[in-house]
Design a protein around this ligand. Structure first.
Ligand code: G3H
Length: 194
């Protein structure tokens, strides 16, 4: 098994407005992270030429990987949780325009499905083929995706309970390194910060 690196996309225009979803581009800060990520891969002596890079199909994810020269694949299965009718809103806007939706999500964040959108359970299910491909991939993988998606992948590899998955803190502008444990179960990984 090889190492896996996970990162959220760099700061997007919607992040600064605290809006969920959408398909906005990177801010200046986000673009700086994209540069830093490109440098990080380039300076990775052991692996730099072997990295395979998987992004979502969203602009902010593709833009975050734009300074990495390695082979890149854009996967729809890595797109952010679909917020349905709430796409593009802030949490405050959702709380005042649709208080019952806001309350339902707060009551059960794992299973709550945005109307015309997805739940975390849906995201976890659509990631199954990605996990299958990850197990098969012989090269190290860098995944540049989104908060909910990274939470689901991280929970799987770190063996964290699904109920906790929607609350896992995943910092922005940070690469998470998952290193397979030498002994033990296949899907238990050690985490080390990069
Ligand atoms: O909607 C996009 C967010 O990255 C997911 O955050 O599930 O904590 O609302 P949330």
């Amino acid at each position: 098994p090889r190492a896996i690196w996970l990162t959220r996309h760099g700061e997007s225009e919607y992040n600064t407005q605290e809006r969920i979803g959408g398909d906005s581009g990177l801010t200046h800060q986000g673009d700086e992270y994209a540069h830093a990520l490109g440098d990080w891969v380039q300076n990775h002596d052991k692996h730099k030429d072997n990295f395979v890079v998987w992004t979502s199909t969203m602009k902010r994810s593709i833009a975050t990987a734009q300074y990495i020269n390695n082979h890149k694949v854009n996967l729809q299965a890595l797109d952010e949780i679909d917020a349905g009718i709430c796409d593009g809103m802030t949490y405050d806007e959702i709380a005042s325009a649709m208080p019952e939706e806001y309350a339902a999500r707060a009551a059960n964040k794992l299973r709550y499905r945005y109307p015309h959108g997805e739940s975390y359970v849906d995201v976890i299910q659509r990631l199954e083929p990605v996990l299958f491909e990850m197990e098969r991939e012989k090269y190290p993988i860098l995944i540049v995706a989104h908060q909910a998606v990274i939470r689901a992948l991280y929970a799987y590899f770190m063996d964290i309970d699904a109920e906790e998955c929607p609350y896992i803190p995943i910092a922005m502008h940070t690469v998470y390194e998952l290193v397979p444990k030498a002994y033990g179960c296949n899907n238990i990984y050690n985490k080390s910060a990069v």
